[in-house]
Every structure is written in C-alpha cells, then in structure tokens.
Design a protein around this ligand. Structure first.
Ligand SMILES: [Zn+2]
Length: 136
C-alpha cells in the first residue's frame, strides 16, 4: 500500500500544514525549550528563504514518544505549524524533535506565515522536503 519509506515521509510532510487554524496543538503535546541548534537552523532558514522572522516568537511543543500524530483531519504528520491570534506554535513528533529537516521545514512555514508548500521556497531556495534533502 505504501510504496516506499521515502514516499511515506513525503506524504507526512505534505500533510504538515493542514491543521490551520485548529487544532492549535494536540492535547498530548508538551512545551519544550528549543536547544541552541534551533537558533542556528532558524538563521540558516532565514538565509535560504530570504525571509526574516523572530525566533523568540515561536512556541515549541513535542508529542513525546511517537513517530507521528494526528495533524488534524485524521492525517498522520511529523510536525505542524500553526499561527493563531498572533502566537506561532510548532509541534513535532518526539522521533523528529532533533531532525534538522523537520524542524527547519516547520520553521519555513513560520517564516512564510502561510499554508502550503510553494516550490520556490521549500524546493528551490531551501530544499526542505524529504526528496530534496536526501539528494543533498
Ligand atoms: Zn509543510
């Protein structure tokens, strides 16, 4: 049913933005303080996208001990980004809490401030999709 693991990943990322405007975060999500690496990833994502945003504005949540969670509409995802009433929240599955690709992918959503995956940003500029990432 699922052709390859890689395709599965692609599907999961593709679903990551489908939660706007709710749920704000899954009920199992817990807040965490971003490690120093996140700030470097944020800067790198700003540079490749040529967008600017405030790292401190982002609230980080993790759903512990899972590889995916329900991102809304029954779609299993590895991460979601949401912006509700001016608050930016990124929630990731525990298995991907230190994944540069997943974290920076959600960061790019936050910088863009919109749903969807415009290829100019996610593909050409930053390469923050599963297939582009693996091609290096
Ligand atoms: Zn996405």
């Amino acid at each position: 049913m699922v052709p390859t693991l890689r395709w599965t990943g692609l599907m999961l990322l593709a679903g990551c933005s489908m939660t706007d405007p709710s749920p704000f975060a899954p009920s199992a999500a817990v807040a965490f303080t971003p490690p120093p690496a996140f700030e470097l990833w944020w800067t790198a994502t700003e540079q490749c996208s040529e967008l600017r945003g405030s790292f401190d504005q982002v609230q980080w949540y993790v759903v512990p001990n899972v590889e995916t969670f329900d991102g809304g509409a029954g779609t299993p995802v590895v991460g979601v980004w949401s912006a509700v009433d001016g608050a930016i929240r990124i929630t990731v599955a525990g298995a991907y809490q230190n994944s540069e690709l997943v974290i920076r992918h959600e960061m790019l959503h936050a910088l863009l401030g919109q749903k969807g995956h415009p290829d100019m940003f996610f593909g050409d500029r930053c390469g923050l999709t599963w297939d582009r990432w693996q091609q290096g």
